[in-house]
Design a protein around this ligand. Structure first.
Ligand code: SF4
Length: 597
């Protein structure tokens, strides 16, 4: 991708005007346009394609999105080509096909405009075609804020053209795509700043509920032709869901000075007046009101996000669905969960990902949105492979490590651009220090990339440990390097489970809630019969080994955590839990509705 021809400075320097690019790239509408720009520049940008498919004017339901992604993966196509292929698939129902056709047509139109039009005409046309059919349900102030976002995007385009009057639409698109990726929002806090207000939170809730209503309408409609005894109940649930959507729409558009609780009471009275006895009963036991009040409480007092959320959370964990609404039967992603037997196939990183943000888990492991490996990720893989091969081949020289590194570097397709060269130098330095550490450490490395697989409740836990060192016997007699590698009584020995990291070292205090190594300790006991283990992260680039306490609350706490995660996934509880730290590491910010708040 050519370097941007617009310097960062002019935007940052406009006196007194908050026109920083990062700020300009916030807002749902702006990010919708940018997602289209990104996918036009790079059809492999699956996170951008998913956003374009999920948002207006396409609004593909998530179950169909999951099917399209699965189909594209199976056929090794990028997602844009996958959409075209999905039109031929018998697994895609007519309603979804119509939406996908709309996407394919819009994509062809935008692609032609990219080729034929000037930069400004292209941007204007793209914004028009994404906005025209929409009648967004927004409070006037919110609608104006979003229109202003799009105007700023057009003014950014004009500045680009002023800087180079001959700039093509394609050059503009590449420029915007580059800054959209570079300046992806650095993780908004869930508690909300002025930008992440209750209005945005409610809008996100409205969009999720709208999706649920569509899902339930299709499901209930599909069942009407069956001879069933519970049709009346089904229809009542559908009607109530629709009434809730109306309630949420009314809440969004109310006068902001009107107290939320009073507004809800008023709306409930009006809506209940039109219901049957059965609908009334369902309506009155819904958790929506609590969730709305919770969203507002969290907005006003971030700490209320914890305490005030409890009742609704409890309802969610009792199986009331993604918004605390509906029952598990209505959930649609069941076929896409990573099932094994009656439970799930889970790895330590699945558990870590779900705990960091359930929505991120859904994007990565349920929808399985493909992501491009970053340079640093590729580098990390090379380092892991080098260390594994070095030990497995029982090599001993530093030059062997370097030779493996050079071969791995080439195999990974890494080259000689400045960023790559800098990383390669860091790699040599890290390997030098790794080799010196090996010489002085008392343990004897005995297993590398050793896999485990065991049952935990109804779930199957699998994974690999980068390296296992034998430290010696439990009585402290020290290691015996001459001992046959796997021949001695492993149960009587003490071992160290080591996980390599190529990220920056974390202090021990930041690891006290670590689950990954605690799960490895459980695996070592359950699958390998090792009773006594020590746990450590080895930060290879910093040459730091950080010991992690062996599951401070014991294996029962680890078990409980994994079972909770498994239950959450099976119940399809995929609420986003954004935080600055987690979102900064997330590959799905362009897809995520919460990251934009
Ligand atoms: S951007 Fe943040 S909130 Fe959204 S899925 Fe990623 S981690 Fe979760």
């Amino acid at each position: 991708m050519p370097a941007s021809r617009i310097a960062r400075k002019p935007f940052a320097d406009r006196a007194g005007e908050p026109l920083a690019r990062e700020r300009m790239l916030h807002g749902a509408e702006v990010r919708d346009v940018l997602a289209w720009v990104r996918l036009l520049v790079d059809p492999q940008d699956a996170a951008a394609v998913v956003r374009a498919l999920a948002r207006a004017p396409i609004e593909l339901r998530q179950v169909h999105l999951a099917r399209v992604i699965a189909l594209a993966r199976r056929r090794k196509l990028d997602l844009v080509a996958g959409c075209a292929a999905a039109l031929e698939s018998p697994q895609i129902p007519p309603e979804a096909r119509e939406r996908i056709e709309r996407f394919v047509a819009l994509h062809a139109h935008a692609e032609a405009a990219l080729e034929d039009n000037g930069a400004e005409a292209f941007m204007h046309g793209l914004i028009e075609s994404l906005s025209a059919p929409r009648k967004p349900l927004l409070a006037p102030a919110q609608a104006e804020r979003r229109r202003a976002g799009l105007r700023r995007l057009e003014s950014l385009t004009s500045e680009f053209v002023r800087a180079d009057p001959h700039a093509s639409a394609d050059q503009l698109a590449r420029h915007l795509a580059a800054i959209a990726i570079e300046a992806a929002p650095p993780a908004e806090e869930p508690s909300g700043t002025a930008e992440a207000g209750a209005g945005d939170r409610l809008q996100a809730m409205f969009e999720l509920l709208r999706e649920e209503v569509l899902d339930s309408a299709v499901r209930i409609g599909g069942r009407l032709s069956e001879l069933r005894l519970d049709t009346e109940l089904d229809v009542a649930h559908g009607v109530v869901r629709y009434l809730e959507l109306i309630k949420l729409a009314a809440v969004l558009q109310r006068d902001p000075d009107y107290d939320l609780r009073a507004a809800i009471d008023d709306l409930n009275a009006r809506l209940l007046a039109s219901t049957t006895a059965l609908e009334r009963e369902i309506f009155q036991t819904s958790a929506l009101d609590d969730l709305l009040i919770e969203a507002q409480a969290t907005e006003r007092d971030p700490s209320a996000g914890q305490a005030g959320a409890t009742p609704a959370r409890e309802r969610r964990s009792s199986g009331l669905g993604p918004l605390g609404l509906g029952d598990a039967e209505e959930l649609s992603l069941g076929p896409f969960l990573p099932r094994k037997g009656h439970g799930l196939a889970l790895s330590a990183s699945d558990v870590v990902t779900y705990r960091s943000c359930p929505l991120r888990y859904k994007f990565a492991r349920v929808l399985r949105i493909p992501t491009e490996q970053t340079l640093h990720q590729r580098f990390g893989i090379v380092v892991h492979q080098v260390l594994e091969r070095y030990h497995a081949a029982e090599l001993a020289g530093l030059e062997d490590l370097f030779a493996l590194f050079d071969a791995g570097w080439r195999r990974a397709g890494l080259g000689e651009r400045p960023a790559e060269l800098a990383l390669r130098e860091r790699g040599y330095d890290a390997l030098r220090r790794y080799h010196a550490r090996l010489e002085r450490e008392p343990g004897t490395p005995v297993w590398f990339e050793r896999s485990f697989n065991f049952r935990l409740g109804r779930h199957h836990i699998r994974g690999r440990v980068d390296r296992v060192d034998r430290l010696g016997e439990e009585d402290g007699s020290g290691s015996d390097a001459g001992r046959a590698r796997e021949g001695s009584d492993a149960a009587a020995d003490r071992f160290e489970l080591i996980d390599y990291k190529t990220s920056r070292a974390k202090p021990p205090a930041a690891l006290c809630e670590d689950i990954q190594l605690s799960l490895y300790a459980l695996a070592a006991r359950e699958d390998w019969g090792l009773e006594s283990v020590r746990l450590a992260y080895h930060y290879v680039l910093d040459d730091r080994k950080v010991e992690v306490p062996c599951g401070p609350d014991g294996p029962d706490a680890v078990r409980e955590t994994v079972l909770e995660v498994g239950d959450g996934i099976l119940a399809q509880r995929f609420q986003a839990t954004p935080s600055r730290e987690t979102c900064a590491m997330c590959d799905y910010r362009i897809t995520c509705p919460v990251a934009e708040a």
